[in-house]
Design a binder for this molecule. Structure first.
Ligand SMILES: Nc1nc2c(ncn2[C@@H]2O[C@H](COP(=O)(O)OP(=O)(O)OP(=O)(O)O)[C@@H](O)[C@H]2O)c(=O)[nH]1
Ligand SMILES: [Mg+2]
Ligand SMILES: [Zn+2]
Length: 334
């Protein structure tokens, strides 16, 4: 196995330097099971657990390895090993794991979903799944993560006018590319290729049933991932994919298929909205107050644009909602 094929770079070389040793191999986590991980390493694919020490010294959940992480492994046999260190991440994306209460206080906990992802393909189906507000939420999540994004509007065959949807998404996506496709037809995945460079880690994200695994199979060129029909009553997927997993694509990029997201609570800073709501950020420069919240302040350029229709008021509502969520998160952060 060549490390670079799996996304190894100068960043990880530096992270690995203090650990370097014959019995300490760099390895990338390609799949996580309940009690063990599968990694690729110069000694081949191994099943590994992490040492009690890592569990003990990990400050909390975010410090435990996830799929996409580079780790240091001590092999015990040809098939097994132990993770002795987690190498510093280049990027990670996290969500807020709500529901932790301490007394009356709502506590927020960071759950790292995946690490070292360079590009996120935000997949949305052009069936009942299509929802601009959800796409805004995904775009905000990705801008907090340090990864790039492409929005992929799948199932064009199920919509009478996919190009209208494309225009609507382009209007909220800023500089993020937006593509249309019908995943069953591999030829329609061709425009994606320009975003899939060798060594680049690309993750498919989206609700259950939008076609992530169908796209993964199309890019892999064979039926590797199980695909499941959506419910005929509400069009929702049935959570067919249950594990995150990394695959090497024929074109050299590294693809991560993911389980469908049920709830997506943001983890990030309210400043992250400046990227996913760039036009509101630009308007805000004209507000009278520097810290204008664009609610009831006088001479608010954002409010004014919403009144004249230059800014879609649903978009502004969405901005306020996500900002409220991020502010609450940062009040309750552990
Ligand atoms: N009509 C149509 N159906 C599609 C298209 N792409 C995928 N599907 C179907 O949508 C259903 C769900 O596809 P999957 O690939 O399993 O969806 P997923 O996003 O991986 O779902 P989870 O693994 O549950 O998160 C399957 O029945 C696919 O055949 C498409 O472009 N058009
Ligand atoms: Mg799937
Ligand atoms: Zn304002």
């Amino acid at each position: 196995m060549i490390l670079e094929d799996w996304g190894w770079s100068a960043h990880f070389e530096r992270e690995y330097a203090p650990w370097k040793g014959e019995q300490r191999l760099p390895a990338r986590i390609i799949r996580g099971e309940k009690n063990y991980y599968r990694v690729v390493s110069p000694a081949g694919e191994l099943t590994v657990r992490f040492s009690g020490k890592i569990r003990h010294t990990a400050g909390g959940r975010p410090d435990l390895p996830v799929v996409g992480d580079w780790v240091v492994v001590e092999p015990q046999s040809q098939q097994r090993g132990t993770i002795v260190a987690l190498l510093g991440r280049k990027s990670s994306f996290s969500r807020n794991l709500p529901g932790h209460r301490k007394g009356k206080e709502q506590r927020s906990e960071e759950q790292v979903i995946a690490a070292n992802v360079d590009l996120v393909l935000i997949v949305s189906g052009l069936d009942q799944d299509f929802n601009l507000r959800r796409i805004e939420r995904y775009l905000t999540l990705v801008s907090s993560s340090g990864a790039d994004a492409v929005v992929l509007l799948n199932k064009t065959d199920l919509h009478p006018d996919p190009h209208t949807c494309l225009g609507e998404v382009e209007a909220i996506a800023g500089t993020t590319p937006v593509l249309l496709c019908m995943a069953h037809d591999e030829a329609q995945l061709e425009p994606l290729q320009q975003h899939l460079q060798p060594g680049r880690t690309v993750a498919l994200l989206g609700s259950s049933g939008v076609g992530k695994s169908t796209i993964a199979n199309g890019l892999l060129g064979h039926h590797r991932q199980k695909v499941g029909a959506v419910s005929s009553s509400d069009g929702k997927g049935r959570h067919t994919t249950s594990h995150r997993e990394l695959f090497l694509l024929p074109n050299g990029s590294i693809l991560m298929d993911n389980p469908g997201m049920r709830e997506l609570h943001l983890w990030g800073e309210s400043e992250d909205l400046a990227e996913s709501f760039a036009e509101i950020d630009a308007l805000a420069q004209q507000c009278r107050f520097r810290n204008c919240q664009h609610l009831k302040e006088p001479d608010c350029a954002v409010q004014k644009a919403a009144q004249t229709g230059d800014l879609d008021s649903a978009r502004l509502d969405s901005y306020h909602k996500l900002k409220g969520e991020l502010n609450a998160l940062n009040r309750n952060r552990k």
